[in-house]
Design a protein around this ligand. Structure first.
Ligand SMILES: [Zn+2]
Length: 198
């Protein structure tokens, strides 16, 4: 393979990554070309490692390397509370606040009729099964404060409340239409503490 072709393949792959435009792709590609072989190998191995070893937790669908994630396995967590989030990155955002000691449940997205994503495309069935088998007092819905997030929250509240479990939602104060993962830790921590019953 020619050097040009080889470089072009790298540029194409880098350009597929979120947030990397053609200019950044070029900068990274040239950096890697000039880097020593060890640095390039470490990056390649880190990518392979994460793909081979990280999968979804069998209980909460957060990222895990074992059968269950580190949070589900942690005996010191409050098992009476489940915080429902859309994506694993939201778990990280809430963990960074240090304001929450319960468990999580990752939906794998939010209800979005335009994209034909309903409860069956998410891990809602698995969440309801957990409410049946685990001793849960409260479900805290922490989907993003946008239309899809609110639709998902009200669907979950309607479905869960008849089971006799308290359903609450993060307090307002988070930027409307914004993403949980970009909220600062203080604001997100306060929104968890000041959550309101649905
Ligand atoms: Zn888990």
């Amino acid at each position: 393979m020619s050097a040009d072709r080889s470089l072009q393949i790298l540029l194409d792959e880098l350009g597929r990554l979120p947030g990397i435009g053609p200019k950044s792709a070029q900068r990274i590609a040239y950096h890697l070309l000039e880097a020593d072989a060890d640095e390039a190998r470490r990056l390649a191995e880190a990518i392979l490692q994460v793909k081979q070893q990280v999968h979804f937790c069998s209980r909460c669908f957060n990222y895990a390397t074992g059968d269950e994630c580190a949070i589900c396995e942690d005996a010191s967590r409050d098992r009476g509370r489940i915080c429902v989030v859309a994506e694993p990155r939201d778990v990280s955002a809430i963990e960074r606040t240090g304001s929450y000691r319960g468990l999580y449940h990752v939906l794998g997205g939010v209800i979005n009729p335009m994209e034909k994503i309903g409860p069956d495309q998410l891990t809602v069935r698995e969440l309801l099964a957990r409410l049946g088998s685990e001793d849960v007092e409260e479900v805290i819905i922490a989907t993003n404060p946008n239309i899809e997030g609110e639709t998902t929250a009200s669907y979950l509240a309607r479905t869960i409340k008849p089971l006799g479990v308290t359903v609450s939602r993060l307090a307002s104060g988070l930027p409307v239409g914004g993403d949980l993962e970009y909220a600062d830790e203080l604001t997100l921590g306060r929104a968890i503490e000041a959550r309101r019953a649905l």
